[in-house]
Design a protein around this ligand. Structure first.
Ligand code: AP5
Length: 192
């Protein structure tokens, strides 16, 4: 299984991506987690990324590409993966598709977690109040959602055209969303 988790901040990409990865015994690779690890370890890439992440802006493509490539070579991408948070722009998607076609590692499924904006705010403000991430502050959350709508939401159409797009209702409990995702993946596998 080579799957992409797509969705607005707070839609559950990390939570559900880990479950999908576990189901198919493939690595869950989150660009957000990789970047936060670089920040935490004070690497050059982390220092360069931190300014953008603190504001809720996207990190420049070259930096993200370096971080993700470093991780992808650790495991064999042909054996499968769940990518969470990459690609996030049309440019990233086009570049990734070029490489994936060459290496036979194109996505089997793009799971897009759909959820109303007020629920995103509720979840992320809740995590912020519980001492979660530095970017879970109301104004920054709003900005992250706006960046998603401008730069990442156009990927829906891009993947719809490729016939691998699976929209998922991401409201309800974590288990309910997982059930919907697994059912959608089962339908996809049965039809292929
Ligand atoms: P990233 O870490 O990817 O953050 P994000 O997209 O803002 O998404 P989140 O991680 O906040 O939410 P999620 O959808 O994963 O939901 P989660 O499962 O955590 O990116 C961070 C930053 O890195 C970006 O802003 C950017 O600067 C940079 N970056 C990353 N990738 C990049 C790229 N490709 N290009 C450029 N820059 C990049 O859940 C959220 C909360 O909700 C949790 O508390 C969870 O417990 C809770 N929750 C989840 N599901 C449910 C449920 N069903 N019911 C109730 N609560 C739930």
């Amino acid at each position: 299984m080579r799957a992409l988790m797509l969705g607005a901040p707070g839609s559950g990409k990390g939570t559900q991506g880990a479950r999908v990865a576990q189901r198919y015994s493939v690595p869950h690779i989150s660009t957000g987690d990789l970047l936060r690890a670089h920040v935490e370890h004070g690497t050059d890439m982390g220092r360069a990324a931190e300014t953008y992440m603190k504001r809720g802006d996207l990190v420049p493509d070259l930096l993200v590409a370096a971080v993700i490539l470093e991780r992808l070579v650790e495991s064999d991408p042909a054996k499968g993966f769940v990518l969470d948070g990459f690609p996030r722009t049309l440019q990233q998607a086009q570049a990734a598709y070029g490489v994936a076609k060459e290496t036979g590692t194109t996505f089997d499924a793009v799971l897009c977690l759909d959820i109303p904006r007020d629920e995103l705010m509720r979840r992320l403000e809740g995590r912020g109040r519980a001492g979660g991430r530095a970017d879970d502050d109301r104004a920054i959350i709003r900005h992250r959602i706006a960046v998603y709508e401008e730069k990442t939401a156009p990927l829906r159409e891009y993947y719809e055209r490729r016939g691998i797009f699976l929209p998922i209702d991401a409201s309800g409990t974590v288990d309910e969303v997982t059930e919907r995702i697994f059912a959608a993946l089962d339908r996809l596998t049965e039809s292929s």
